[in-house]
Write a protein that binds this ligand. Structure first.
Ligand code: PMP
Ligand code: GLN
Length: 386
């Protein structure tokens, strides 16, 4: 009748929670998107491109201006040497880039190493492509893997490794030592790494984003995925980048040509402009977000919540049991949105089974008053248990 991978799937937690938040008129600290509309100059560049630019099919791999700008951007920020013609493909968001990577690189029966918590799109897409997931489980408060874990999930059938760094929902960035270890395993098992680095530009303080592609032996076995939506706080834009060595790019482009074929040319033009003209934005955006993170963290701590550190992304996490919440993350998030008017995301939604049910993810890319009201309502939600 229909494909059982999809018939068995629930609606994504982000849609469920945003729907409930609308219905309950709640403060939405669930789905990750900013309150602010995003940089005006880039939106103006898009508007200009809609009115006066090309609105017919752009070139299949992306417009040259954008692919060149992506190569320059990654050279500037991450020291990578990507050839725009043979190593960069523009996709309709990182989501399409992930689908391209899984469809183009997995042969049915191949093993795919993934780390949970994982972004909820990964597993269904990997399975639909015929991959056999091998899950390593990361746990709070450090969310790290080690050699023993890698030893237990890698095998001689490992084809792909999927790494999300910085990691949504944990808000952590993997250390140099952890990435070195993972690179060692990728090389030893001749595996390709699919690196979802959509949060690469949203890192705070001393944290430096290190692309796995730059580690020894990884240059030609890594598919690096970025997202303009995350770089420019324009999450609805859905302009993504696939960066990989020429032989990988060739096959990735074949998946892209029959998934979406192209990505709206006006948005590509605006992102190309943005990448070359946003030094100020890239310099100030993380600091502004870190101030929001700190405001939410301090507010929660004043109310007696225990907050886990957040190095990156739009998110911070609450340790529920340590915060005096005597309920699992799903039950608490449901009561919080329905009875106290505040939405968060239960982190168990990012696990295949309910391995970790003690953490609630909150989005802080919001106005101060939204964050303050969110704190008040979370305190009210906890008080429901007294
Ligand atoms: N991967 C991760 C880890 C994400 O958090 C997101 C979106 N929030 C995506 C992929 C999807 O990115 P895009 O909107 O560019 O498809
Ligand atoms: N990535 C965003 C988040 O983690 C949501 C994206 C989506 O709604 N699929 O909240």
């Amino acid at each position: 009748m229909a494909n059982t991978i999809y018939t068995a799937l629930p609606t994504t937690i982000f849609t469920v929670m945003s729907g409930l938040a609308r219905e309950m008129n709640a403060i939405n600290l669930g789905q990750g998107f900013p309150d602010e509309p995003g940089p005006l100059a880039i939106r103006q560049a898009a508007a200009e491109a809609v009115i006066n630019g090309n609105n017919q099919y752009p070139p299949m791999p992306g417009i040259p201006e954008l692919r060149e700008a992506v190569a320059r951007h990654y050279a500037r920020f991450q020291g990578l040497d990507l050839d725009w013609k043979s190593e960069i493909t523009v996709t309709s968001g990182a989501t399409e880039a992930l689908a391209c990577a899984f469809l183009a690189l997995i042969e049915p029966g191949d093993e795919v190493v993934l780390f949970q918590p994982l972004y909820d799109a990964y597993l269904p897409m990997v399975r639909r492509a015929g991959g056999v997931p091998r899950l390593a489980t990361l746990k709070p408060p450090y969310w790290r893997f080690d050699r023993a874990m890698l030893e237990s999930v890698f095998s001689d059938r490992t084809r792909l490794v999927v790494l999300n760094n910085p990691l949504n929902p944990t808000a952590t960035a993997f250390s140099e030592a952890d990435l070195t270890l993972l690179a060692e395993y990728c090389v030893r098992h001749n595996a390709i790494a699919v690196c979802d680095e959509v949060w690469e530009q949203v890192v705070f303080g001393d944290t430096v984003h290190r692309p796995l592609m730059a580690f020894p032996g990884m240059r030609d076995r890594t598919v690096k995925i970025g997202s303009a939506g995350k770089m420019f706080a324009l999450t609805g834009w859905k302009v993504g980048f696939l960066c990989a060595s020429p032989p990988l790019t060739e096959v990735l482009a074949k998946a892209h040509q029959f998934l979406t074929f192209t990505t709206p040319p006006n948005l590509q033009t605006a992102v190309a402009w943005g990448l070359d003209n946003s030094a100020d934005w890239f310099a100030t955006m993380p600091g502004a977000l870190a101030a929001s993170r700190d405001r939410l963290a301090r507010g929660l701590e004043r109310e007696g919540f225990v907050v886990l550190p957040s190095q990156a992304t739009y998110f911070l996490n609450i340790d529920l049991p340590a915060s005096g919440v005597p309920d699992g993350d799903v039950a608490f998030s449901m009561r919080a949105v329905k009875e106290a008017g505040v939405a968060g995301i239960p982190v168990s939604a990012f696990y295949e089974a309910d391995v970790v049910t003690s953490v609630l993810r909150l989005c802080f890319s919001k106005k101060d008053e939204t964050l303050d009201e969110g704190v008040r309502r979370l305190a009210k939600a906890r008080a429901l248990y007294r």
